[in-house]
Design a binder for this molecule. Sequence first.
Ligand code: NDP
Ligand code: PYC
Length: 348
Amino acid sequence: MTEANQATLAQAPVEYLDLPALTDLLQRIFLRHGTSAEVARVLADNCARAERDGSHSHGVFRIPGYLSSLASGWVNGQAVPQVEDVAPGVVAVDAGGGFAQPALAAARELLLSKARSAGIAVLAIRNSHHFAALWPDVEPFAEEGLVALSLVNSMTCVVPHGAQRPLFGTNPIAFAAPREGAEPIVFDLATSAIAHGDVQIAKRQGQQLPPGMGVDRDGQPTCDPAAILDGGALLPFGGHKGSALSMMVELLAAALTGGNFSFEFDWSQHPGAQTPWTGQLLIVIDPNHLGGGRFAQRSGELVRQMQAVGLERMPGDRRYRTRAKSLEHGIPLAAAELARLRALAAEA
Ligand code: NDP
Ligand code: PYC
Protein backbone atom coordinates (compact mmCIF):
# COMPACT_ATOMS: atom_id res chain seq x y z
CA MET A 1 0.00 0.00 0.00
CA THR A 2 1.33 3.43 -0.88
CA GLU A 3 2.02 5.92 1.91
CA ALA A 4 -0.66 8.22 0.49
CA ASN A 5 -3.20 5.37 0.71
CA GLN A 6 -2.19 4.73 4.32
CA ALA A 7 -2.62 8.42 5.12
CA THR A 8 -6.14 8.40 3.64
CA LEU A 9 -7.06 5.36 5.74
CA ALA A 10 -5.70 7.12 8.82
CA GLN A 11 -8.08 10.08 8.27
CA ALA A 12 -11.31 8.04 8.04
CA PRO A 13 -13.31 7.10 11.18
CA VAL A 14 -11.92 3.74 12.24
CA GLU A 15 -13.12 0.76 14.27
CA TYR A 16 -10.95 -2.06 15.58
CA LEU A 17 -11.65 -5.81 15.38
CA ASP A 18 -9.46 -8.60 16.66
CA LEU A 19 -8.34 -11.31 14.24
CA PRO A 20 -10.91 -13.96 15.29
CA ALA A 21 -13.76 -11.41 14.99
CA LEU A 22 -12.71 -10.27 11.52
CA THR A 23 -12.14 -13.87 10.40
CA ASP A 24 -15.59 -14.83 11.67
CA LEU A 25 -17.23 -11.88 9.88
CA LEU A 26 -15.52 -12.73 6.59
CA GLN A 27 -16.34 -16.41 6.96
CA ARG A 28 -20.04 -15.54 7.34
CA ILE A 29 -19.82 -13.36 4.21
CA PHE A 30 -18.33 -16.15 2.11
CA LEU A 31 -20.87 -18.67 3.42
CA ARG A 32 -23.75 -16.28 2.67
CA HIS A 33 -22.49 -15.92 -0.87
CA GLY A 34 -22.35 -19.54 -1.79
CA THR A 35 -19.03 -21.06 -0.77
CA SER A 36 -18.65 -24.33 1.10
CA ALA A 37 -17.78 -24.16 4.80
CA GLU A 38 -14.17 -25.20 4.07
CA VAL A 39 -13.69 -22.60 1.33
CA ALA A 40 -15.20 -19.92 3.59
CA ARG A 41 -12.88 -20.94 6.43
CA VAL A 42 -9.71 -20.85 4.29
CA LEU A 43 -10.50 -17.62 2.41
CA ALA A 44 -11.64 -15.77 5.52
CA ASP A 45 -8.47 -16.75 7.36
CA ASN A 46 -6.33 -15.63 4.41
CA CYS A 47 -8.11 -12.32 3.90
CA ALA A 48 -8.26 -11.43 7.62
CA ARG A 49 -4.55 -12.12 8.05
CA ALA A 50 -3.78 -9.91 5.03
CA GLU A 51 -5.80 -7.07 6.61
CA ARG A 52 -4.12 -7.65 9.99
CA ASP A 53 -0.69 -7.24 8.38
CA GLY A 54 -1.65 -4.14 6.40
CA SER A 55 -1.67 -5.95 3.03
CA HIS A 56 -4.56 -3.69 2.11
CA SER A 57 -4.54 -4.36 -1.64
CA HIS A 58 -5.43 -7.99 -0.81
CA GLY A 59 -7.40 -7.64 2.41
CA VAL A 60 -11.08 -6.74 2.83
CA PHE A 61 -10.77 -4.47 -0.22
CA ARG A 62 -11.03 -7.72 -2.25
CA ILE A 63 -14.34 -8.90 -0.78
CA PRO A 64 -16.59 -7.30 -3.44
CA GLY A 65 -14.40 -8.87 -6.16
CA TYR A 66 -14.64 -12.30 -4.52
CA LEU A 67 -18.41 -11.97 -4.27
CA SER A 68 -19.00 -10.67 -7.80
CA SER A 69 -16.80 -13.49 -9.16
CA LEU A 70 -18.82 -16.06 -7.19
CA ALA A 71 -22.13 -14.51 -8.27
CA SER A 72 -21.07 -14.54 -11.93
CA GLY A 73 -20.48 -18.30 -11.82
CA TRP A 74 -16.87 -17.74 -12.90
CA VAL A 75 -15.33 -19.41 -9.84
CA ASN A 76 -16.64 -22.50 -8.07
CA GLY A 77 -16.99 -21.70 -4.37
CA GLN A 78 -18.00 -25.29 -3.65
CA ALA A 79 -15.07 -26.95 -5.45
CA VAL A 80 -13.43 -29.90 -3.72
CA PRO A 81 -9.72 -30.02 -4.66
CA GLN A 82 -8.41 -33.32 -6.01
CA VAL A 83 -4.95 -34.07 -4.60
CA GLU A 84 -2.65 -36.29 -6.69
CA ASP A 85 0.41 -38.04 -5.21
CA VAL A 86 2.51 -37.85 -8.38
CA ALA A 87 6.06 -38.82 -7.31
CA PRO A 88 8.30 -38.85 -4.19
CA GLY A 89 8.81 -35.09 -4.49
CA VAL A 90 5.75 -34.01 -6.46
CA VAL A 91 2.15 -33.27 -5.47
CA ALA A 92 -0.41 -31.94 -7.94
CA VAL A 93 -3.88 -30.58 -7.28
CA ASP A 94 -6.77 -29.99 -9.62
CA ALA A 95 -8.57 -27.15 -7.83
CA GLY A 96 -11.75 -27.84 -9.81
CA GLY A 97 -12.20 -24.24 -10.87
CA GLY A 98 -12.17 -23.18 -7.23
CA PHE A 99 -9.69 -21.12 -5.21
CA ALA A 100 -6.01 -21.97 -4.90
CA GLN A 101 -5.79 -21.63 -1.11
CA PRO A 102 -8.20 -24.50 -0.31
CA ALA A 103 -6.21 -26.57 -2.83
CA LEU A 104 -3.01 -25.78 -0.94
CA ALA A 105 -4.72 -26.56 2.37
CA ALA A 106 -5.86 -29.94 1.03
CA ALA A 107 -2.35 -30.85 -0.18
CA ARG A 108 -0.35 -29.34 2.67
CA GLU A 109 0.23 -32.40 4.85
CA LEU A 110 1.32 -34.56 1.90
CA LEU A 111 3.59 -31.79 0.61
CA LEU A 112 5.17 -31.37 4.05
CA SER A 113 5.83 -35.06 4.52
CA LYS A 114 7.42 -35.29 1.05
CA ALA A 115 9.62 -32.23 1.69
CA ARG A 116 10.73 -33.67 5.02
CA SER A 117 11.56 -37.09 3.58
CA ALA A 118 12.95 -36.15 0.13
CA GLY A 119 14.43 -32.78 1.16
CA ILE A 120 12.42 -30.98 -1.51
CA ALA A 121 8.86 -31.18 -2.78
CA VAL A 122 6.91 -29.34 -5.44
CA LEU A 123 3.19 -28.56 -5.36
CA ALA A 124 1.57 -27.84 -8.72
CA ILE A 125 -1.93 -26.37 -8.47
CA ARG A 126 -3.96 -25.99 -11.66
CA ASN A 127 -7.48 -25.00 -12.61
CA SER A 128 -7.38 -22.54 -9.71
CA HIS A 129 -8.20 -18.91 -8.88
CA HIS A 130 -5.79 -16.81 -6.76
CA PHE A 131 -7.05 -13.40 -5.67
CA ALA A 132 -4.89 -12.87 -2.61
CA ALA A 133 -1.47 -11.91 -1.29
CA LEU A 134 1.05 -14.70 -1.76
CA TRP A 135 3.02 -14.42 1.50
CA PRO A 136 0.36 -16.35 3.51
CA ASP A 137 1.09 -19.32 1.24
CA VAL A 138 4.82 -19.44 2.10
CA GLU A 139 5.34 -17.89 5.54
CA PRO A 140 3.83 -20.82 7.53
CA PHE A 141 6.39 -23.21 5.97
CA ALA A 142 9.27 -21.02 7.17
CA GLU A 143 7.68 -20.96 10.63
CA GLU A 144 8.13 -24.74 10.54
CA GLY A 145 11.81 -24.47 9.58
CA LEU A 146 11.39 -24.90 5.81
CA VAL A 147 12.29 -22.71 2.85
CA ALA A 148 9.36 -21.98 0.51
CA LEU A 149 9.03 -20.27 -2.83
CA SER A 150 5.74 -19.69 -4.62
CA LEU A 151 4.67 -18.15 -7.90
CA VAL A 152 1.23 -17.43 -9.28
CA ASN A 153 0.19 -15.83 -12.55
CA SER A 154 -2.83 -13.55 -12.84
CA MET A 155 -4.61 -11.79 -15.73
CA THR A 156 -3.28 -9.98 -18.79
CA CYS A 157 -2.52 -6.39 -17.80
CA VAL A 158 1.28 -6.06 -18.08
CA VAL A 159 3.19 -5.15 -21.25
CA PRO A 160 6.32 -7.33 -21.60
CA HIS A 161 9.45 -5.16 -21.80
CA GLY A 162 9.96 -4.12 -25.42
CA ALA A 163 6.42 -5.13 -26.48
CA GLN A 164 3.49 -2.93 -27.50
CA ARG A 165 0.51 -4.63 -25.86
CA PRO A 166 -0.23 -6.31 -22.52
CA LEU A 167 0.21 -10.08 -22.19
CA PHE A 168 1.59 -11.02 -18.77
CA GLY A 169 -0.22 -10.90 -15.46
CA THR A 170 1.05 -9.03 -12.39
CA ASN A 171 2.59 -12.41 -11.48
CA PRO A 172 3.90 -12.25 -7.90
CA ILE A 173 6.78 -14.22 -6.39
CA ALA A 174 6.88 -14.96 -2.67
CA PHE A 175 9.79 -16.41 -0.71
CA ALA A 176 10.09 -17.39 2.93
CA ALA A 177 13.03 -18.71 4.92
CA PRO A 178 13.53 -19.44 8.61
CA ARG A 179 15.84 -17.19 10.60
CA GLU A 180 17.22 -18.07 14.01
CA GLY A 181 15.73 -16.04 16.84
CA ALA A 182 13.49 -13.89 14.65
CA GLU A 183 10.50 -13.97 12.37
CA PRO A 184 11.09 -15.65 9.01
CA ILE A 185 12.61 -13.69 6.16
CA VAL A 186 9.74 -13.13 3.74
CA PHE A 187 9.32 -11.15 0.58
CA ASP A 188 6.26 -11.08 -1.63
CA LEU A 189 6.34 -8.92 -4.74
CA ALA A 190 4.39 -8.45 -7.92
CA THR A 191 6.63 -8.55 -11.00
CA SER A 192 4.66 -5.55 -12.30
CA ALA A 193 5.84 -2.09 -11.22
CA ILE A 194 2.76 -1.94 -8.97
CA ALA A 195 0.06 -4.45 -8.05
CA HIS A 196 -3.22 -4.08 -9.92
CA GLY A 197 -4.98 -3.82 -6.56
CA ASP A 198 -2.93 -0.77 -5.60
CA VAL A 199 -3.86 0.91 -8.89
CA GLN A 200 -7.54 0.31 -8.08
CA ILE A 201 -7.08 1.74 -4.58
CA ALA A 202 -5.28 4.83 -5.97
CA LYS A 203 -8.14 5.38 -8.44
CA ARG A 204 -10.74 5.03 -5.69
CA GLN A 205 -8.88 7.56 -3.56
CA GLY A 206 -8.30 10.01 -6.40
CA GLN A 207 -4.52 9.74 -6.21
CA GLN A 208 -1.92 9.86 -8.97
CA LEU A 209 0.73 7.11 -9.26
CA PRO A 210 4.49 7.67 -9.37
CA PRO A 211 5.97 7.74 -12.90
CA GLY A 212 6.94 4.44 -14.54
CA MET A 213 4.00 2.31 -13.39
CA GLY A 214 1.92 2.12 -16.54
CA VAL A 215 0.68 3.34 -19.88
CA ASP A 216 -2.66 4.59 -21.21
CA ARG A 217 -4.72 2.99 -24.01
CA ASP A 218 -2.41 4.62 -26.60
CA GLY A 219 0.70 3.17 -24.98
CA GLN A 220 1.76 6.55 -23.60
CA PRO A 221 3.25 6.76 -20.09
CA THR A 222 0.69 7.92 -17.52
CA CYS A 223 0.44 8.47 -13.78
CA ASP A 224 -3.38 8.39 -13.89
CA PRO A 225 -4.67 5.09 -12.41
CA ALA A 226 -7.96 5.49 -14.31
CA ALA A 227 -6.10 5.67 -17.63
CA ILE A 228 -4.21 2.47 -16.75
CA LEU A 229 -7.38 0.63 -15.74
CA ASP A 230 -9.46 1.94 -18.65
CA GLY A 231 -7.75 0.29 -21.62
CA GLY A 232 -4.18 1.00 -20.50
CA ALA A 233 -1.71 -1.41 -18.94
CA LEU A 234 0.99 -1.83 -16.32
CA LEU A 235 4.73 -2.14 -16.90
CA PRO A 236 7.01 -4.78 -15.40
CA PHE A 237 9.25 -3.60 -12.53
CA GLY A 238 12.90 -3.12 -13.46
CA GLY A 239 12.47 -3.15 -17.25
CA HIS A 240 13.79 -6.28 -18.96
CA LYS A 241 14.71 -7.91 -15.63
CA GLY A 242 11.23 -7.82 -14.12
CA SER A 243 9.84 -8.81 -17.49
CA ALA A 244 12.03 -11.94 -17.53
CA LEU A 245 10.85 -12.85 -14.03
CA SER A 246 7.22 -12.34 -15.09
CA MET A 247 7.80 -14.67 -18.05
CA MET A 248 9.28 -17.22 -15.65
CA VAL A 249 6.18 -17.00 -13.48
CA GLU A 250 3.96 -17.67 -16.53
CA LEU A 251 6.08 -20.74 -17.32
CA LEU A 252 6.28 -22.16 -13.79
CA ALA A 253 2.81 -21.26 -12.49
CA ALA A 254 0.91 -22.08 -15.69
CA ALA A 255 2.85 -24.17 -18.24
CA LEU A 256 4.43 -26.42 -15.61
CA THR A 257 1.27 -26.94 -13.55
CA GLY A 258 -1.21 -27.33 -16.41
CA GLY A 259 -2.93 -24.04 -15.50
CA ASN A 260 -3.88 -21.22 -17.85
CA PHE A 261 -1.44 -18.55 -18.94
CA SER A 262 -2.64 -15.09 -17.91
CA PHE A 263 -3.79 -14.46 -21.49
CA GLU A 264 -5.56 -17.79 -21.97
CA PHE A 265 -8.83 -17.45 -20.10
CA ASP A 266 -11.82 -15.50 -21.31
CA TRP A 267 -14.12 -14.16 -18.59
CA SER A 268 -16.11 -11.90 -20.89
CA GLN A 269 -19.21 -14.09 -20.54
CA HIS A 270 -19.10 -13.67 -16.75
CA PRO A 271 -19.77 -10.02 -15.92
CA GLY A 272 -18.34 -9.28 -12.47
CA ALA A 273 -15.62 -11.95 -12.75
CA GLN A 274 -12.35 -10.68 -11.27
CA THR A 275 -10.45 -13.75 -10.08
CA PRO A 276 -7.68 -14.96 -12.44
CA TRP A 277 -8.18 -18.62 -13.48
CA THR A 278 -4.59 -19.79 -13.73
CA GLY A 279 -2.17 -21.98 -11.72
CA GLN A 280 0.28 -21.82 -8.84
CA LEU A 281 3.61 -23.48 -8.10
CA LEU A 282 5.02 -23.95 -4.60
CA ILE A 283 8.48 -25.36 -3.89
CA VAL A 284 9.31 -26.41 -0.34
CA ILE A 285 12.85 -27.30 0.78
CA ASP A 286 13.88 -28.86 4.07
CA PRO A 287 17.25 -27.27 4.89
CA ASN A 288 18.07 -30.08 7.30
CA HIS A 289 19.07 -32.12 4.24
CA LEU A 290 21.51 -29.46 3.02
CA GLY A 291 24.27 -27.11 4.11
CA GLY A 292 25.07 -28.92 7.33
CA GLY A 293 21.61 -28.25 8.77
CA ARG A 294 22.57 -24.72 9.94
CA PHE A 295 20.38 -22.78 7.58
CA ALA A 296 18.50 -20.71 10.17
CA GLN A 297 21.76 -19.62 11.86
CA ARG A 298 23.24 -18.77 8.46
CA SER A 299 20.22 -16.72 7.42
CA GLY A 300 20.39 -14.88 10.75
CA GLU A 301 24.06 -14.15 10.06
CA LEU A 302 23.28 -12.81 6.60
CA VAL A 303 20.69 -10.41 8.04
CA ARG A 304 23.12 -9.26 10.75
CA GLN A 305 25.72 -8.49 8.08
CA MET A 306 23.13 -6.62 6.00
CA GLN A 307 22.26 -4.56 9.05
CA ALA A 308 25.95 -3.97 9.77
CA VAL A 309 26.32 -2.30 6.38
CA GLY A 310 23.42 0.03 7.11
CA LEU A 311 20.24 -1.82 6.18
CA GLU A 312 17.36 -0.63 8.34
CA ARG A 313 14.35 -2.31 6.76
CA MET A 314 14.04 -5.92 5.68
CA PRO A 315 11.21 -7.06 3.43
CA GLY A 316 8.49 -8.25 5.78
CA ASP A 317 9.39 -5.72 8.51
CA ARG A 318 6.48 -3.39 7.71
CA ARG A 319 4.06 -6.31 7.82
CA TYR A 320 5.44 -7.68 11.06
CA ARG A 321 5.24 -4.23 12.62
CA THR A 322 1.66 -3.78 11.43
CA ARG A 323 0.81 -7.28 12.70
CA ALA A 324 2.19 -6.47 16.14
CA LYS A 325 0.11 -3.27 16.26
CA SER A 326 -3.02 -5.12 15.12
CA LEU A 327 -2.52 -7.78 17.75
CA GLU A 328 -2.15 -5.13 20.43
CA HIS A 329 -4.89 -2.68 19.42
CA GLY A 330 -7.07 -4.64 16.97
CA ILE A 331 -7.22 -4.49 13.18
CA PRO A 332 -8.20 -0.98 12.07
CA LEU A 333 -11.06 -0.86 9.57
CA ALA A 334 -12.71 2.22 8.15
CA ALA A 335 -16.12 2.38 9.86
CA ALA A 336 -17.93 2.63 6.51
CA GLU A 337 -16.08 -0.44 5.21
CA LEU A 338 -16.95 -2.41 8.34
CA ALA A 339 -20.62 -1.43 7.98
CA ARG A 340 -20.56 -2.70 4.37
CA LEU A 341 -18.98 -5.97 5.49
CA ARG A 342 -21.58 -6.46 8.22
CA ALA A 343 -24.34 -5.82 5.71
CA LEU A 344 -22.85 -8.43 3.37
CA ALA A 345 -22.71 -10.97 6.20
CA ALA A 346 -26.39 -10.35 6.91
CA GLU A 347 -27.52 -10.62 3.26
CA ALA A 348 -29.83 -13.50 2.49
P1 NDP B 1 5.34 -4.13 -2.42
O1 NDP B 1 6.05 -3.49 -3.54
O2 NDP B 1 4.55 -3.29 -1.50
O3 NDP B 1 6.36 -4.98 -1.53
C1 NDP B 1 7.09 -6.01 -2.11
C2 NDP B 1 8.04 -6.62 -1.09
O4 NDP B 1 9.09 -5.70 -0.83
C3 NDP B 1 7.39 -6.91 0.25
O5 NDP B 1 7.92 -8.08 0.78
C4 NDP B 1 7.78 -5.68 1.08
O6 NDP B 1 7.84 -5.95 2.48
C5 NDP B 1 9.14 -5.38 0.55
N1 NDP B 1 9.50 -3.97 0.63
C6 NDP B 1 8.74 -2.91 0.28
N2 NDP B 1 9.44 -1.77 0.47
C7 NDP B 1 10.66 -2.12 0.95
C8 NDP B 1 11.81 -1.40 1.34
N3 NDP B 1 11.86 -0.08 1.27
N4 NDP B 1 12.88 -2.10 1.80
C9 NDP B 1 12.85 -3.44 1.87
N5 NDP B 1 11.77 -4.19 1.51
C10 NDP B 1 10.69 -3.53 1.06
O7 NDP B 1 4.37 -5.30 -2.97
P2 NDP B 1 3.67 -5.41 -4.39
O8 NDP B 1 2.93 -4.15 -4.63
O9 NDP B 1 4.65 -5.87 -5.39
O10 NDP B 1 2.64 -6.60 -4.10
C11 NDP B 1 1.57 -6.40 -3.20
C12 NDP B 1 0.82 -7.67 -2.98
O11 NDP B 1 0.04 -7.96 -4.12
C13 NDP B 1 1.65 -8.92 -2.71
O12 NDP B 1 1.17 -9.50 -1.51
C14 NDP B 1 1.36 -9.82 -3.87
O13 NDP B 1 1.35 -11.20 -3.58
C15 NDP B 1 -0.03 -9.37 -4.25
N6 NDP B 1 -0.34 -9.75 -5.62
C16 NDP B 1 -1.14 -10.83 -5.84
C17 NDP B 1 -1.43 -11.24 -7.13
C18 NDP B 1 -2.23 -12.46 -7.39
O14 NDP B 1 -2.39 -12.81 -8.55
N7 NDP B 1 -2.75 -13.12 -6.41
C19 NDP B 1 -0.92 -10.51 -8.29
C20 NDP B 1 -0.05 -9.41 -7.94
C21 NDP B 1 0.21 -9.03 -6.65
P3 NDP B 1 6.58 -5.57 3.43
O15 NDP B 1 5.55 -6.61 3.15
O16 NDP B 1 7.11 -5.62 4.82
O17 NDP B 1 6.14 -4.19 3.03
O1 PYC C 1 -3.09 -6.94 -7.38
O2 PYC C 1 -2.24 -7.46 -9.31
C1 PYC C 1 -2.99 -7.69 -8.36
C2 PYC C 1 -3.80 -8.93 -8.38
C3 PYC C 1 -4.12 -9.69 -9.46
C4 PYC C 1 -4.88 -10.74 -8.98
C5 PYC C 1 -5.01 -10.59 -7.64
N1 PYC C 1 -4.32 -9.49 -7.30
